[in-house]
Design a protein around this ligand. Structure first.
Ligand SMILES: Nc1ncnc2c1ncn2[C@@H]1O[C@H](COP(=O)(O)OS(=O)(=O)O)[C@@H](OP(=O)(O)O)[C@H]1O
Ligand SMILES: Nc1ncnc2c1ncn2[C@@H]1O[C@H](COP(=O)(O)OP(=O)(O)O)[C@@H](O)[C@H]1O
Length: 197
């Protein structure tokens, strides 16, 4: 289909919006197995940022899959499409000047690289929630691992679907870190990048 599209050059830039907000925008991307602590740490970090008067928004797997990404399953292709839509959404939100916290299993390296490429020149901070499968299985708050054991789920990440761990994550959170420790680690890393006014 031939399209005639002429993007308009709007006058207010992202830099103008950052100035108004008093900080830069960043994308903080949490990746890890189900139960690794992505949502918990994103939640605690958002509270810390909020208390510092930093504008934030959270994009979280389960929430996004109920709306923007409704109908996408957990095949490799659908997961890539899920992450692609989130990357586009994050890109728009970053242009508004907010700090975006995104928590997605995002098991494929190429998908995470796609996110980083999509949001450039904005800053991508990859947080690897390095919680072992053993601990995630023990937590199993949603009962997904038990369902996989019974053969009721065929593509659970870490069990019968792959997880490609980041090799050079900006920040690694281990299963021994409490949520508070994780927040402290992340905040220390991003503080300068926020360029607080
Ligand atoms: N098969 C399978 N594999 C992984 N996760 C599953 C699966 N089925 C359902 N769930 C639930 O979906 C949440 C993960 O969605 P994501 O959008 O983050 O996944 S992905 O990035 O597209 O891989 C995930 O949320 P978290 O537990 O917060 O990670 C689960 O609640
Ligand atoms: N740092 C932590 N230490 C101990 N338990 C945690 C920690 N982070 C999360 N949990 C617990 O693990 C479970 C799964 O956490 P959640 O944040 O939902 O993980 P994810 O979003 O990666 O699926 C929850 O019951 C949560 O309370």
């Amino acid at each position: 289909m031939e399209q005639h599209i002429f993007p308009y050059n709007f006058k207010i830039t992202q830099e103008d919006r950052n100035l108004l907000n008093g900080h830069r925008s960043l994308l903080i991307w949490f990746t890890g197995l189900s139960g690794s602590g992505k949502s918990t740490v994103a939640d605690a970090l958002e509270q810390k940022l909020n208390s510092e008067k930093i504008r934030t928004i959270i994009l979280d797997g389960d929430n996004i899959r109920g709306r923007l990404c409704k109908g996408l399953d957990f095949s490799a292709e659908a997961r890539s499409e899920n992450v692609r839509r989130v990357a586009e959404t994050a890109n728009l939100l970053l242009q508004s000047g907010v700090v975006v916290l995104a928590s997605f299993v995002s098991p494929y390296k190429k998908d995470r690289e796609y996110v980083e490429k999509t949001i450039k020149p904005n800053i991508f901070v990859e947080v690897y929630m390095n919680t072992s499968l053993e601990i995630c299985k023990k937590r199993d708050q949603k009962g997904l691992y038990k369902m996989a054991e019974k053969g009721e789920i065929k593509n659970l990440t870490g069990v019968n679907a792959p997880y490609e761990a980041p090799e050079n994550a900006d920040i690694e959170i281990t299963e021994n870190d409490s949520a508070e420790e994780a927040v402290a680690k992340i905040y220390l890393e991003i503080k300068d990048q926020l360029e607080l006014k």
